[in-house]
Design a protein around this ligand. Structure first.
Ligand code: HEC
Length: 284
């Protein structure tokens, strides 16, 4: 907790007041959102809230590579994959039902806090639960491939809808707090937090990569990535990306769909309140 506070002070942000013992309130979370977004809007004055949907491509420090990306977007490499995604989505289950019958929340409201189980429902978990409920096998690989394509297909129907994740329940606020601590805690041999790279150093370069702003994280996911396409697995969900970022600081990645990454996804989704969805996205 000490580290979290000192970093916040170092960045010139207001000290985050939460402690592990004390529950965080809805008003404090709203305050966190305003601070988080305000930090980036001030740091990158020419970049509007909705521009952050394009990840690192939105930042002025990436401008020299943006033209290249725009050219690629004339014929997005994920287009044939999106056709495949639609076929996979439309294929009926053995019982005659299909994904359209699944009980899903609007894409801009995930992860959804479920009071009864005191758990977060991710879109991945909801799709697998739906498969199971209909007597189908759940999808094993929840980080890439078919699962990512199905999510891309579903979320793309909600494009331009602003992120609006609910955190009004006390249990939800506890999940938020967990995610926030994860985001600001230093880890790995390099002793870096998510915030060290994606807040304090956003726009700066590390090993030839420009670091994206934490604002915008997730609204374009799943992403189709050139780097991942080299190994024939171009798609990645948020939890695949989280694993990669943990490895960058030589920390062991956590399990996709496990407690840590669900909480982290929840925190990032809430920080993006009001940022529109843009799915799928292409990334380097
Ligand atoms: C050592 C620096 C570093 C740390 C620490 C780090 N990342 Fe990253 N992250 C990167 C780089 C480099 C990329 C690729 C360029 C970019 O989009 O920022 C990236 C990309 C991402 C993206 C994809 C953004 C997009 O729109 O494509 C997300 C989401 C992300 N990081 C989340 C996290 C989270 C959450 C943590 C903490 C667990 C974290 N990162 C820690 C360096 C870091």
């Amino acid at each position: 907790m000490k580290k979290l506070v000192s970093l916040a002070v170092g960045m010139g942000m207001a000290v985050l007041t939460a402690s592990t013992a004390q529950a965080i309130s809805e008003a404090e979370i709203n305050n966190d959102i305003a601070e988080f977004q305000g930090f980036f809007l001030k740091r990158f004055p020419g970049v509007a809230l909705e521009d952050y949907v394009d990840g690192v491509n939105a930042l002025p420090q990436y401008a020299h590579r943006r033209a290249n990306w725009e050219l690629m977007m004339d014929f997005p490499p994920y287009e044939p994959e999106m056709e495949k995604a639609e076929e996979e989505w439309s294929k009926a289950f053995a019982n005659g039902k299909g994904f359209d019958d699944c009980n899903l929340a609007p894409a801009n409201t995930y992860p959804v806090y479920d009071e009864a189980s005191d758990d977060l429902r991710t879109l991945v978990a909801d799709l697998n639960a739906c498969l199971k409920a209909n007597g189908e096998k759940p999808i094993k690989n929840v980080k890439r491939g078919k699962m990512a394509r199905l999510i891309a297909h579903y979320k793309s129907q909600f494009n331009d809808e602003p992120m609006a994740v609910d955190f009004s329940a006390a249990g939800a606020q506890a999940w938020y707090e967990k995610g926030r601590q994860f985001y600001w805690a230093k880890r790995g041999q390099l002793n870096f937090s998510c915030a060290d790279c994606h807040v304090a150093n956003s726009g700066n370069s590390v090993r030839g990569d420009v670091l994206s702003a934490g604002l915008g994280h997730g609204v374009g996911f799943p992403v189709y990535r050139t780097k991942w396409s080299m190994s024939g697995k171009p798609w990645g969900t948020m939890h695949r990306r989280y694993g990669g970022c943990n490895k960058q600081v030589r920390a062991s990645p956590f399990k996709a769909q496990g407690t840590e990454y669900k909480a982290l996804e929840y925190y990032e989704a809430i920080m993006n309140t009001g940022v529109p969805l843009k799915v799928p996205s292409q990334r380097q």
